[in-house]
Design a protein around this ligand. Structure first.
Ligand code: MN
Length: 360
C-alpha cells in the first residue's frame, strides 16, 4: 500500500493549478464519460464539490447518454446526486468545460466544435491531445479516478461528506474490482482515508440494488440465446432498453463456473453495443475487442473488461447480421480450432416436472 503523503505528492501543485484555471471562469460544466460508470459519476461529483467550496464558480455536472445500470441508478438516487443529461445543456451558459475519468477522443466528442475542454483529470493512459487544455492531470498510477479526486480533497483539507465518501469508495471498488485489479496502492490509501466517512448501509443498497421484472425478463432473454463454445459464452440480445444492458449481462455471465470469456451484444438507437469480460487478464479484453471490431467502430478497455460501439446501422436486421459476424470472429480468436465446431446453449431443458407435490 502506498503512503498517503506519497499519494498526495504533486497534488498540492495540481490543486493550485486547478484552482487557478477554475477561478478565471464563472460557470463550469463537468462532463462524465458517455453512459457513465460509478467512477466517472463519483469523480464528477467530487470535482463539483471541490470547486463549489474553493471558488466562486457555479458548477454543474452533465452526462452524455443514459445512466442505465441498476447499480448506477441506485447510486444517483441513494446519494441524491445532481446530474443533468447533456442534451438539456445550453452551452452558452458555461464558459469552462471539465472532463473527468476520460480524455478527449475524436469519436466521442460530445461538445460543440467551437468548444474544447479546459480541465482534464483522468487515470487512463495519456493520449496525445489534438489541442492543448489549460489544466491536465493524468495519473495512471491510480486504479480509479475516484482515488485521484480523493487526493485533491485531502490536499484541500476539506471534510468529505458521507454522500461523497460513499460515492468515491463505490467508484474505487468498481474500477479496481474490489482492489483486485492492477496497481491499487494509492486506491487503498484513499479508501482508508475515507472509510470512516462512508455510509455503509447506502453502499450496500447501491451494490445490491432492488431489481424489477423487466430486468429479470431481459436476463432470461439473454440466457436463452447464450451459447457456450469451450470456455467462452456469447449472446446477441437484440434491442436493448439502455446501452449498458450489455455490460450488466456480461458481468453476470463471466461469473459462471468454468467460463473465461463472455461477449454480449445489443442494439440501441442504430448502434451496436458490445461488452466483453475475461476471467484472467493474461488475454487483455481491450486487445481482443479492438481486433474483433477493427475499423468498423470504436473499441476500448483494459485487462478484464472492454466495450465497443458500432454506429450508423440502418435496421435491426443489419445490426443482427453484423453482430453474428463479429461473434464468429470472437470465437475464432479465443477458442482453439478443434473446439470451434462444438457449441451448445448454456441453459439445458429442465425435466417437465421438477417437483412432485406429496399426495394426500
Ligand atoms: Mn475510471
Amino acid at each position: 500500500m502506498r503512503d498517503i503523503s506519497d499519494m498526495m505528492l504533486n497534488s498540492d501543485s495540481q490543486l493550485r493549478g486547478l484552482l487557478k484555471t477554475a477561478s478565471g471562469s464563472g460557470r463550469i460544466l463537468i462532463l462524465t464519460h458517455g453512459n457513465p460508470d460509478p467512477d466517472s459519476i463519483a469523480s464528477a461529483s467530487a470535482l463539483k464539490f471541490l470547486l463549489t467550496h474553493l471558488t466562486r464558480c457555479q458548477v454543474r455536472v452533465a452526462y452524455p447518454g443514459i445512466i442505465g445500470r441498476v447499480e448506477n441508478r441506485a447510486m444517483v438516487k441513494e446519494l441524491a446526486l445532481k446530474m443533468i443529461p447533456l442534451k438539456e445543456i445550453n452551452w452558452r451558459d458555461y464558459d469552462t468545460l471539465a472532463l473527468v475519468d476520460h480524455q478527449p477522443r475524436r469519436r466521442m466528442y460530445t461538445w460543440p466544435s467551437t468548444r474544447w475542454p479546459d480541465i482534464i483529470i483522468d487515470h487512463h493512459p495519456r493520449r496525445p491531445l489534438e489541442k492543448p487544455a489549460q489544466f491536465v492531470d493524468v495519473r495512471k498510477q491510480f486504479g480509479s479516478n475516484s482515488s485521484l479526486m480523493t487526493s485533491y480533497l485531502l490536499t484541500a483539507d476539506l471534510t468529505v461528506p458521507r454522500w461523497l465518501a460513499t460515492a468515491l469508495v463505490y467508484g474505487m471498488l468498481t474500477d479496481t474490482q474490489d482492489f483486485s485489479r492492477g496497481k491499487t496502492g494509492y486506491d487503498k490509501s484513499a479508501y482508508l482515508a475515507l472509510f470512516n466517512s462512508v455510509d455503509h448501509s447506502r453502499l450496500f443498497r447501491i451494490s445490491h440494488p432492488a431489481i424489477d421484472c423487466q430486468y429479470l425478463s431481459q436476463y432470461w432473454h439473454a440466457l436463452r440465446g447464450a451459447r457456450l463454445w469451450g470456455d467462452a459464452v456469447e449472446t446477441y440480445i437484440g434491442e436493448i432498453p439502455v446501452p449498458d444492458a450489455t455490460s450488466e449481462i456480461a458481468d453476470n455471465l463471466i461469473i459462471i463456473c468454468g467460463i473465461r470469456y463472455a461477449l454480449v451484444t445489443g442494439f440501441y438507437q442504430n448502434t451496436l453495443y458490445m461488452s466483453l469480460r475475461v476471467r484472467h487478464a493474461r488475454r487483455d479484453a481491450g486487445v481482443i475487442m479492438r481486433r474483433i471490431v477493427g475499423r468498423r467502430g470504436s473499441a476500448g478497455g483494459h485487462g478484464f473488461m472492454a466495450g465497443a460501439q458500432i454506429p450508423d446501422l440502418k435496421t435491426p436486421e443489419t445490426a443482427k447480421s453484423l453482430a453474428l459476424e463479429l461473434h464468429r470472429s470472437f470465437i475464432k480468436l479465443v477458442i482453439p480450432n478443434s473446439e470451434i465446431s462444438r457449441s451448445h446453449p448454456i441453459l439445458s431443458e429442465l425435466p417437465a416436472q421438477v417437483h412432485t407435490p406429496p399426495s394426500e
